[in-house]
Design a protein around this ligand. Sequence first.
Ligand code: HEC
Length: 239
Amino acid sequence: MTHDVYTLPPNLPVPQDDGAADHLLGLELPDLVLESSLGPVNVHDVDVLYVYPRTGRPDRPLLPGWDETPGARGCTPQSCAFRDAHGELQALGVRVAGLSAQPLEEQQEFAERNRIPFPVNRAVLLRGQERFNVYCSPCHGRLGNGLGMIVRRGLKRPPSYHIDRLRQVPVGYFYDVITNGFGAMPDYAMQIAPRDRWSVAAYIRVLQYSQDDSINDVPAEMRAELPSPNAPAAQGPKQ
Ligand code: HEC
């Protein structure tokens, strides 16, 4: 059973403001740390905390009566709208988090499924590869093993992408490291546009697949383009 969670059916009932939340105006959010698809988040630190009941999954039927409940349907389009405005909000220094009653595992599924806002196809991966080789490989190496040119000249060595911890992070994590930097690594938000960040993130996942049994998950025509695991460990970008 599949259904479209991304578009709203016509004639949804409109919620009415009964004023029950009026007293919240001007109040501060408490110091409260919650798990999220990107690790723990303190709600006190965000500027926009939007609350929604639950996001649907295309592979599961809607709850009975969902569309008839005012305000219930629309969580996925709402979250996607925040996602699409993410770069703009971030440029303004606005931090956004979404809060729903779903278990973390479902939210991770949702985040992973939606965070790459376009189909991952060969063109996207090749673009990701090209950007990766320009911006990331000098330190991370073409294979993502952390042995790039600059590192060999004495800069701090980044972790290999092929360690278990980084294999297990959602693709969105790479997007966030590019956007915000990580530890000793600067961010690349100015150099790499949001769409290209997703391409690079997707390409990193492919690099990870290429180094283990999941190589079969990589589209055949992309496999030929990947660096060979036996290639010299460190190569600078082609200039
Ligand atoms: C100037 C060198 C340099 C460049 C260029 C660079 N990184 Fe890094 N990266 C590092 C270092 C150093 C670390 C480890 C930072 C630390 O642990 O303090 C790191 C860590 C990471 C991590 C792992 C974070 C974690 O959880 O351990 C990811 C993912 C990553 N970089 C992605 C990228 C991507 C994608 C690019 C290209 C857009 C990139 N890096 C460009 C140096 C670099």
